[in-house]
Design a protein around this ligand. Structure first.
Ligand code: NI
Length: 137
């Protein structure tokens, strides 16, 4: 019998960003990104849900120790992203548009090396209460 279980940790960060391509003119940026392209940035209250799926370890009864998972997200994501300007302060977005989609991929790729390959990792990121993305899909 499989005892694979999904565990979830919810975290939160505030960050500013701007959606903009420097290789496009103003009109093209406005057409595609609308107010998100305004030059002086805007902020979001991001809600991050990290899902880890794996077998229950019979010795502990855990899939993953939630304290370990929480500390990992704090160290790798919250400390880098919280109260930052994603475009200017986070090197992963120096040449990558910080859409919710791209932020979810970056978060996944920052966490993945620290989670056992026996476990699946999925990121859900809420940019607003109504707009959210998941990676891998
Ligand atoms: Ni935005």
């Amino acid at each position: 019998m499989s005892t694979r279980v999904a565990v979830y940790r919810k975290e939160h960060f505030n960050a500013a960003h701007r959606l903009y391509r420097p290789d496009w003119d103003e009109a093209a940026n406005t057409r595609v990104f609308g107010k998100c392209a305004l030059p002086n940035y805007h902020g979001h209250n991001y809600e991050l849900i990290v899902k880890v799926t794996g077998e229950i370890d019979p010795s502990t009864g855990y899939v993953i120790d939630m304290k370990v998972l929480s500390d990992l997200i704090q160290r790798e994501i919250i400390e880098r992203f919280d109260h930052r300007n994603l475009n200017l302060d986070v090197k992963e977005f120096a040449a990558l548009n910080p859409t919710a989609e791209n932020i979810a991929v970056v978060i996944h790729d920052l966490l993945r090396p620290h989670v056992s390959t026996q476990m699946d990792l999925q990121i859900r990121l809420y940019e607003t209460p109504r707009n959210f993305v998941e990676y891998p899909a």
